[in-house]
Design a binder for this molecule. Structure first.
Ligand code: DGJ
Length: 710
């Protein structure tokens, strides 16, 4: 076979995989119809040599291995005692699968095998690829670097969008013009990280939310990574993603293999939102458990910002009672319930209910919560230990580190080497005991420090092993307790990738519950993750992280669009705010099937606005959110052009939030058309193509519009 062609609705990929040559991605983009062959594309791509560079056009390959002799890019670097470094992989066999193939490559000289597992979903058009390197030689191979795959993409992809941030500012977008040379993002934190989300977009300079071409590549991996885009001197553009390996971390004994994490990619010719819809479809169909998808996501109450470490059984019961009265369906007891954990200096690792704080155990609180008709959830941070803990005093050798180097101080905690079976067994047993003793249906699985020195007890680096051990432990807990949902949290959203989502059920998006921050953070996360898995909580009036005071109307409108929850002290908030919050929870429940199953349409707006909507898959209904972040530049804001509706259908349009809202200077269009009351009917075409004049509103206002086909 010379070419592997895979088709989906609207797009196709073509790999060059002729036996005896290095495999490469030849084409990925709009479907060209049966008439176009791989042979044609290959012939049309034929390039010349040039003066000052090699006399032949150097090929690019999926591995970009050293044996290609490429002057700029190297995607696979390995050696045996300083030799066998120049591998060149040639296709030996292609095994075709129902929606993909395995491309099997060999290098007889260095006695290595490299296999690519390719899957192209005909419905979503999502491309998945992973690779495995095997040592067939008789001596150990040191693997220094291996990208999962390297893709040549069209040269008119002039812009790169990276995703970056920090604690409480996750999922920031950075759009830059591609330049010659390399765009490089490296993460050595041992977790997915706040600062380098493992994904990037390559787009044309004018691609926006609703138009233009874009490629999205995501590395499904919760550890160290390297993402790069290289613009070669001959103009070609290469994008490669892979796990980043520490020295000596991967050493393959004869017969051993290294399996890369998977790249999840998608192409859109209709802008960023259409790309996100593909990623969301993938997460929903391939990563989330069907039984959890089928169950409406319960509204959460999380205790963290209400009590922090100050646990008091009576107060927690009172909070639970209040939460239930507001319509909350799941009560999650955060950090502080175990061991000597009265602050963040002690107790991590000692997963036994604290007798000091809960003299009668957790049972009475759990019974109280379940008695109110809510599910109970609980916080763990299994991978960590405080030096001041019984666990560390008993097993000081269980932590990761580097010989002769002090631990980097980080939230007064160390990382356990969970790749050691006895450590994983201990954690599995402790978590299991808590789950067995109580009716608990949810785990918030936290992780709050970098793996600064990821060395094991034998001195070798365990960073890759740690991520794999995490996935294995999550799976083990899930298999033993299939009714328990698991949230992936890491100081907010530092572990919210598609790797961990294959082993968990939702992510904690950010520790900032400031609604203004959250508008942008949730928008960034929505590039890859659907709303139902993004924990979105209503925080206190006086935001703990930013100190800003934000209205309940704005806070609840923001949380309502994702997986809604509360994280505020219900005993101290204003009564009027709680009444409004109760309405927002009811509204969320009324629309959560739409929100959690619909398709996302982010809208392009002025920088001081943010707008997006979710449209039912059959286009019968939609919910759009329009936020006034700061003051408008003009007397009136522009028009809201809805998106994703059926132009041929009529929709009943209403303003459903805030309740009883009135424009700053009435009557605006809202009052004239009675949108906050009986509503009005318009065609999908008018709503999308002409759009609706927005009312002037005060900064920090979020309007929610509902559309129902009539
Ligand atoms: C970090 C998380 O992001 C918070 O939500 C909270 O669970 C704390 N850890 C508890 O220590």
């Amino acid at each position: 076979m010379q070419y592997l062609r895979l088709d989906s609705e609207g797009s196709m990929v073509l790999f060059s995989c002729e036996i005896g040559t290095p495999p490469s991605l030849l084409y990925w983009g709009p479907a060209r119809g049966e008439a176009v062959s791989g042979d044609e594309i290959e012939r049309l791509s034929s390039r010349q040599g040039m003066h000052g560079v090699a006399d032949v056009a150097l090929p690019v390959s999926l591995a970009m291995e050293a044996g290609l002799g490429h002057p700029m890019v190297q995607g696979l670097a390995a050696h045996r005692d300083g030799k066998d470094w120049g591998s060149l992989f040639r296709v030996a066999k292609v095994e075709v699968l129902p929606q993909g193939a395995t491309i099997i490559c060999r290098d007889e000289q260095t006695r290595l095998g490299l296999e690519y597992y390719i899957d192209f979903d005909p419905e979503t058009g999502v491309l998945r690829i992973a690779s495995t390197l095997t040592n067939y030689g008789s001596t150990t191979l040191d693997l220094n670097e291996m990208v999962t795959a390297c893709f040549e993409l069209p040269q008119n992809m002039k812009d790169i969008v990276g995703f970056t941030g920090r604690w409480t500012q996750e999922f920031g977008r950075e759009r830059i013009a591609r330049t010659s040379g390399s765009y490089l993002r490296e993460n050595r934190s041992g977790r997915t990280s706040h600062f380098s989300y493992p994904a990037l977009l390559l787009a044309t300079a004018d691609t926006n939310e609703s138009a233009g071409e874009v490629y999205g590549l995501h590395l499904a991996w919760s550890g160290n990574h390297r993402l790069r885009v290289d613009t070669l001197t001959d103009g070609r553009v290469l994008a490669s993603l892979g796990a980043l390996l520490f020295p000596g971390e991967v050493r393959l004994a004869p017969g051993e293999s290294y399996a890369s994490p998977e790249i999840v990619g998608a192409y859109s010719a209709q802008g960023f939102s259409a790309l996100s819809r593909k990623f969301h479809a993938h997460v929903r169909a391939k990563l989330l458990r069907a039984e959890m998808r089928a169950k409406p996501r319960p509204v959460h109450y999380n205790t963290w910002e209400a009590v922090y470490f100050d646990h008091d059984s009576d107060r927690l019961k009172e909070l639970a009672t209040r939460a239930a009265a507001l319509g909350v369906e799941r009560f999650v007891l955060d950090d502080g319930w175990f061991g000597a954990r009265r602050n963040d200096l002690a107790g991590l690792g000692d997963w036994v209910v604290s007798g000091d704080v809960y003299p009668e155990g957790l049972g009475p609180l759990v019974d109280h919560v379940t008695g109110l008709g809510m599910e109970m959830g609980i916080w763990f941070e299994p991978e960590m230990v405080n030096p001041d803990s019984d666990l560390f005093r008993t097993h000081p050798d269980w932590v990761l580190g580097a010989e002769g180097v002090d631990q980097v101080p980080f939230r007064t905690q160390y990382v356990l080497d969970i790749s050691r079976p006895e450590v994983a067994d201990y954690l599995f047993e402790r978590i299991g005991a808590v789950l067995r003793d109580h009716d608990i249906r949810y785990i918030k699985w936290d992780m709050n420090r970098d793996l600064s020195h990821p060395g094991g007890v034998d001195g070798a680096v365990r960073a890759v092993a740690q991520v794999r051990a995490l996935y294995a432990l999550l799976d083990r807990v899930r298999a033993a307790h299939p009714h328990v949902e698991i949230e992936s949290c890491s100081s907010g959203g530092a572990r919210a990738d598609m790797g961990v989502l294959a082993h968990s059920d939702r992510v904690w998006t950010s520790d900032s519950n400031d609604a203004l921050d959250r508008q942008s953070i949730q928008r960034g996360a929505s590039f890859f993750l659907p709303p139902e898995i993004l924990g979105c909580h209503v925080g206190p009036a006086h935001c703990h992280v930013t100190g800003r005071r934000i209205s309940m109307a704005m806070r609840s409108a923001t949380a309502l669009m994702g997986h809604m929850g509360l994280e505020l002290n219900l005993l101290t908030e204003r009564e009027a705010d709680l009444v409004q919050l109760k309405s927002a929870i009811a509204l969320h429940k009324q629309h959560r099937n739409l929100l959690h199953d619909g398709e996302i349409y982010r809208l392009d707006t002025a920088s001081y606005h943010l707008a997006s909507g979710v449209v039912a898959r059959d286009k019968s209904e939609a919910l759009f959110s329009f936020s006034y972040m700061t003051g408008d530049q003009h007397v009136l804001p522009g028009r809201l052009q809805f998106a994703g509706l059926d132009p041929a259908r009529n929709y009943h349009l209403t303003l459903i939030w805030p309740e009883g809202w009135q424009a700053v200077k009435a009557p605006s269009l809202i009052e004239k058309l009675d949108l906050a009351g009986a509503g009005a009917v318009f065609s999908g075409a008018a709503l999308m193509y002409a759009g609706m004049q927005l009312p002037h509103a005060k900064p920090e206002t979020c309007l929610l519009f509902h559309l129902k086909a009539v």
